[in-house]
Each structure stands twice: as structure tokens, then as C-alpha cells.
Design a protein around this ligand. Structure first.
Ligand code: PEP
Length: 250
């Protein structure tokens, strides 16, 4: 089964509208016509509309960085799926370790978000990953199993293949401490086996990204691994040249 590689840049809480537009102007000449790699940028809410407009007709897709599962309601500060859909985003990244750590996002929350996102026709990127202490304590598989199995529990088997799962070991995020190819392959293959536990066909199709200190000089090696189908990139996605260098590595 050949899976189209998917490289997504997560801007986190970076870039005003003007900065986002400048980034897109720099990026499009570099990756705007790429057709063998899916390219996405995960944009803070205020800049989404501008980035959707400035990437229209290009190969670059726009993702949000969070969403609520309810259609509407008394959830001050939250954004709904219909609101994102109206902005014409391609999808949304959920369960990033920063949202889990600082904003209390739980696997139970994600199990409500995933079916709602998929039902709206948007594409989710689900982030999972273990801390250094969990890895050192031999708990990596147990942690990943808990995160993946609970998050996808209420997703129809027919929709599973539309989920992209980003395996992001927390100790590698923003630290410069990238997983070795063996570590990345082992964990991504394990994540795929968890999807296979629900549906073997979906597991063959689902894209699994590696995330954690991916840079232009390590991307090609990581993205060539059999169970790594792309990358979720933080720091190196803030600047068009380095992000394009990672897309090239795919
Ligand atoms: C991330 O924020 O998802 C990430 C992987 O960050 P970085 O590439 O900077 O490690």
C-alpha cells in the first residue's frame, strides 16, 4: 500500500496575520506545485481566513490547531467545527501534547472530537506520544495504546483511514533531541498495529507522522522509514525555507 506522505507545519501560537501572509508568500514558490507530498500548515485561529485565501489554488492546505466537539453552546473561548468548516480549513490538529499538558485535553475529549470532525468532512491529525519518564520506565506502548484506543473508540471503521496520527514523543518536541530512526519506526509501527486492532485495512491506509525536532537535515532519513508517512513539524515550520526543505525530504 503506498501512502501519500503528509508534512504539516504546526505554527503553535506564532504569527500575526501579516506574518502569516509573509510566510505564505515565501513558501508558495518553494512548494506550491508539489503534488507527491501533502503539505499543510496548522494556523492560529485569527490568521486562518487570510491563509486560506492566500493559499487558495495551491498545494498548501490549512489546518486549525484545536476545536470543540459540540456544534454550538456555552463554551466560552472555544471554536466549533461548523465555524472552522465555514473558514474552509482542510482539517484540524487535536491532542497536541501542549494542549494536553497546559489545557487539560484528555483522551475522552479526543474521543468526542474525532467522530465530530470526521462527520463534518474535515481531516483530523491526532497527536499521541509518551514522556521521557514513561519511555524510560518501559511504558511507551501502554501510553500509546491508551491514547490511540480511547481516541478512536467511537470512530466508524469506515472513517478510520481518514485520520492522520502524529506520533510525537514529548521528549523530542522543541528540544532538538530527535528520535533515532529505530525509535521512530518502532513507535509508528506500534501505532499502526493499534489501528489494525480496529480494522486491518484502515491500518494500511492511515498516515502516521513522526513529530519531534524534525529539521531539513534529518527529515529524509525519518520519512523514508516504512511506517513513517510524513512529519508534524514545529520550530522548523516557522520559516519557509526550512519547512520547504522538510517537504523536499519527503
Ligand atoms: C510540534 O510542536 O508538534 C513539534 C514537533 O515541534 P518541534 O518540531 O519544534 O519539535
Amino acid at each position: 500500500m503506498s501512502r501519500t506522505p503528509f508534512v504539516a507545519g504546526n505554527w503553535k501560537m506564532h504569527k500575526t496575520i501579516a506574518e502569516a501572509e509573509a510566510f505564505v508568500s515565501g513558501l508558495l514558490p518553494l512548494v506550491g506545485a508539489v503534488d507527491d507530498v501533502q503539505v499543510g500548515v496548522c494556523v492560529p485561529f485569527p490568521a486562518i481566513q487570510a491563509v486560506v485565501e492566500s493559499t487558495r489554488g495551491s498545494a498548501v492546505q490549512v489546518y486549525a490547531q484545536n476545536v470543540h466537539w459540540a456544534e454550538q453552546g456555552a463554551y466560552t473561548g472555544e471554536v466549533s467545527i461548523p465555524m472552522l468548516d465555514e473558514l474552509e480549513v482542510a482539517g484540524v490538529v487535536i491532542g497536541h501534547s501542549e494542549r494536553r499538558q497546559y489545557f487539560g485535553e484528555t483522551d475522552a475529549d479526543l474521543s468526542k472530537k474525532l467522530p465530530a470532525i470526521l462527520a463534518a468532512g474535515l481531516e483530523p491529525i491526532l497527536c499521541v506520544g509518551e514522556t521521557e519518564a514513561q519511555r524510560d520506565g518501559g511504558e511507551m506502548e501502554q501510553v500509546l495504546r491508551g491514547q490511540v484506543e480511547e481516541a478512536i473508540a467511537d470512530v466508524d471503521a469506515a472513517d478510520l483511514a481518514r485520520i492522520t496520527i502524529a506520533y510525537e514523543p514529548i521528549w523530542a518536541i522543541g528540544t532538538g533531541k530527535v528520535a533515532t530512526p529505530d525509535q521512530a519506526q518502532e513507535a509508528c509501527a506500534f501505532v499502526r498495529s493499534l489501528v489494525a486492532g480496529r480494522d486491518a485495512g484502515a491500518a494500511e491506509q492511515v498516515r502516521i507522522q513522526y513529530g519531534g525536532s524534525v529539521k531539513p537535515d534529518n527529515a529524509a532519513e525519518l520519512l523514508a522509514l516504512p511506517d513513517v508517512d510524513g512529519a508534524l513539524v514545529g520550530g522548523a515550520a516557522l520559516e519557509p525555507q526550512s519547512f520547504a526543505g522538510i517537504v523536499e525530504g519527503a
